[in-house]
Design a protein. Sequence first.
Lengths: 157, 70
Amino acid sequence: MEKIKNNLDERQEQTLLQIEHNGCWLAFWGLVASIVVQSIILDFDYKNMAGEFIVLVMLALHIVVSCIRQGIWDRRLKPDISSNILVSLTAALITGILRFFYMVKRFPNVILADFAVGIIYAAKVFAICFVVLQLTANLFRKRQAKLEEEISENDED
Amino acid sequence: MRNLKLKFRRIELEMSQTKLAEKVGVTRQTIGLIEAGDFNPSLKLCIAICKALDTTLNDLFWEDNENGEN
């Protein structure tokens, strides 16, 4: 099939990419916000959030897989243990707090138990995030080494 | 940083921004933004501009003083 001609010049292409980039992150964080709000309102009724959840996971997977394939990690963070701990702790803290408030809403008379649930939830999120980040960082390093190797081989030709 | 060399060369050849834009296959706005220093063109576009203005990259895009405009 013949490729349709691109009507944009390189500046317009860069501007359009920037607009699409902003749209992508708007959709990403909009979905996160939508899931968080629905979790609170609908008491974690996963059936009602399935659509948003599937789109969010697909979007996240696309970004992660594409970045690793291209040997890209992050603009500011490095794929090391300290950064992974920091990111996992942030995720754990946010989800732990949200879970705590959700538990307080449901069981307002047992604050200590609600707090314990929040802590357990945060610990679970921390463990999952940290393991996933370490695994993806490992994949990223392997991919980057392979890309470096390919460039070196091409230079020798 | 404004690209006055590009602007002067274009005027020297009595070529409008629209005409230059047509020759190199971009919009007039892009040429305007390059001259105003608000858009950094790719090497490919720089070469196309140089060919359209019958000059070299050195003449149009090389800065020869520390803070001067090119």
